[in-house]
Design a binder for this molecule. Structure first.
Ligand code: C5P
Length: 404
């Protein structure tokens, strides 16, 4: 996500309406402007004050409130995306028929924004021919569906019909709203930090949380790319909707990246790869009593994965490297970046300054310069790691368009 979206969340009358609160909350926490339209039935399952407090906006239900504003038209026209969670069988039927007998139905008809439905109902209702036909018709019109999942339903029963998890619904809503300029593009992102074992208990590691790489994977996914995330010890959960490949050490990351890059259009090396690994990994835990006051570890250089990948590049592929430097002087920092871009053979190098309290961590913002292959500054971005991810992908698109 790189911009603040106007999101209309429709909540309709099913038990899963309680989970709509989490959908609204996650959208708000991600910085979006959320307006809830609840049906009368929805408000029998979840309270208006809850939805108002969480969305930070009034909750609308009634077509006949403040008629002068023609609210359904305004909300429909200004929405970047409309997501209905839960979408009951009744709501799906009404949408398929184009009914506008309440504020939600009217808003959907007045809107040209992408529509995302998260169905929730009992299995029999989901599988009923009427629902199946309604869903097929809506899909044909371009409506996106997220779920339902198969799992435990309200009572003792289980089966397809359970509403998707709020995080998946939010991801689907954002994906539907965003530009799809990477549709069908195969993007591989490495993220996290490798750990090089010393013995079965200890390792040499680094402070990378994996957040910047995760945000790049999410941003690429939301723009329509098919994303493979090669993950080395992420501190955060991996996002949904991407192919995940776990890689713990530099050697494992190398193997995973060589395999994935062969099939990719865009390769982003955001992982912090350990420059050295232990020459001899002890098969048993090293005991301090046996070592005495001093322990010498022999380290050997790890291969430069990125340089190896670019050496085997196919025409049309775009390679992006990262360089985190502690150099305080701006010009010297860029000079380091320029040399690194050339050495690694990348099309773009994302350069940032790191320090004890800069650059690292899941929450901390990032400030980067984007250099091209010749080392010229092509852009800069500062802000959240998701914002930076969006700007890096914009730079990737510039390179791709140039080479077309
Ligand atoms: O040389 P340095 O570690 O500063 O380069 C950083 C860039 O190179 C990052 O994109 C990182 O993922 C990649 N790298 C690599 N293999 C290494 C070390 C770094 O691919 N052994």
């Amino acid at each position: 996500m790189s911009e603040r979206l106007a999101v209309v969340v429709g909540v309709t009358g099913g038990i899963a309406a309680y989970k709509a609160v989490s959908v609204v909350r996650e959208l708000v926490l991600a910085g979006h402007d959320v307006h809830v339209i609840a049906t009368e039935q929805a408000l029998r399952f979840v309270g208006r004050p809850t939805l108002e407090a969480i969305s930070r906006n009034p909750v609308r239900t009634d077509l006949f409130e403040d008629v002068a504003e023609v609210r359904h038209v305004r909300m429909g026209q200004t929405a970047d995306v409309v997501v209905i969670a839960p979408a009951t069988a009744n709501t799906i039927a009404k949408l398929a028929a184009g009914l506008a007998d309440d504020l939600l139905g009217s808003t959907v008809l007045a809107s040209r924004a992408p529509l995302v439905l998260a169905p929730a109902m009992h299995t029999e209702m989901w599988q009923h021919p009427a629902t199946v036909a309604n869903v097929a018709l809506l899909r044909e019109r371009g409506v996106a569906f997220v779920g339902p999942e198969s799992g435990r339903l309200t009572g003792e029963d289980a089966g397809p019909g359970r509403m998707s998890e709020p995080a998946d619904i939010v991801a689907a809503a954002i994906a539907a709203a965003g530009p799809r300029d990477l549709a069908g593009v195969r993007v591989v992102v490495s993220a996290g930090g490798t750990r090089e074992p010393i013995d079965p208990v200890r390792y040499i590691g680094n402070r990378s949380s994996g957040r910047q790489g995760i945000e790049l994977a999410v941003a690429a996914r939301d723009r329509g790319a098919e994303v493979t995330l090669v993950a080395a010890h992420l501190e955060l959960p991996a996002p949904s909707g991407v192919r995940l490949v776990a890689a713990g050490t530099a050697e494992e990351l190398r193997a995973a990246m060589l395999a994935a890059a062969a099939e990719a259009d865009v390769v982003v090396m955001a992982a912090a790869v350990a420059d050295y690994r232990t020459r001899d990994v002890s098969p048993t835990k090293i005991k301090k009593d046996a070592q005495g006051d001093r322990l010498d570890l022999a380290l050997v250089r790890n291969p430069d994965i990125l340089a190896e990948l670019t050496a085997a590049r196919r025409p049309g592929q775009v390679y992006i490297g990262f360089a985190a430097e502690t150099e305080p002087d701006g010009e010297a920092l860029v000079a380091l970046g320029r040399a690194k871009a050339a050495r690694k053979g990348v099309d773009l190098l994302v350069l940032n300054r790191v320090g004890w309290d800069e650059g690292f961590g899941a929450e901390s913002p990032n400030r980067v310069l984007v250099l091209d292959a010749a080392g010229s500054v092509r852009g800069e971005a500062s802000g959240s790691k998701s914002h930076v991810a969006g700007r890096v992908l914009d730079a990737v698109q510039t390179v791709r368009n140039r080479s077309k």
